[in-house]
Design a protein around this ligand. Sequence first.
Ligand code: ZN
Length: 168
Amino acid sequence: MLNLKNILPAICLIAGLATSCQPKAEKHGTLANNNTTLSPDRAGYNKLSAEQERIIVHKGTERPYSGEYVKDMGEGVYICARCNEPLYTSKTKFDARCGWPSFDEEIAGKVKRLPDPDGMRTEIQCVKCGAHLGHVFLGEGFTAKNTRHCVNSISLKFIPAAEIRAKS
Ligand SMILES: [Zn+2]
């Protein structure tokens, strides 16, 4: 069950400036731990579409520029499509011109980093349910935080700030 009051503080987080520039070569991220196990389905998780299953459970990637959150969605919070955990705020979203929604910082403690099976990239997952989100890249210089969370739109659900305010 989504508790919008829990999300409200998240949209008040102050983030750095969001700027865009030309994409640079991907670099390896920092590996936080080695847990690659997806949490088992539990009551309360959202039912996934076949395409969500492919990406969230089987670690697929949506086609670039195909996701609904590539564009600027305005002020709000991005929650996990599977368990509704708040993961990112619009304050940290920026246009990396890479074809996927990009964020330079997660909501503190909400995203875990794992070595990708490809041996090169760093996978990112929802800390609560283990949903595959995408990958994180460091050192590209897009924003002051020098971090790009490259996230599949389909792994997220956007909650506009106006909707959160109306229900809180
Ligand atoms: Zn989740």
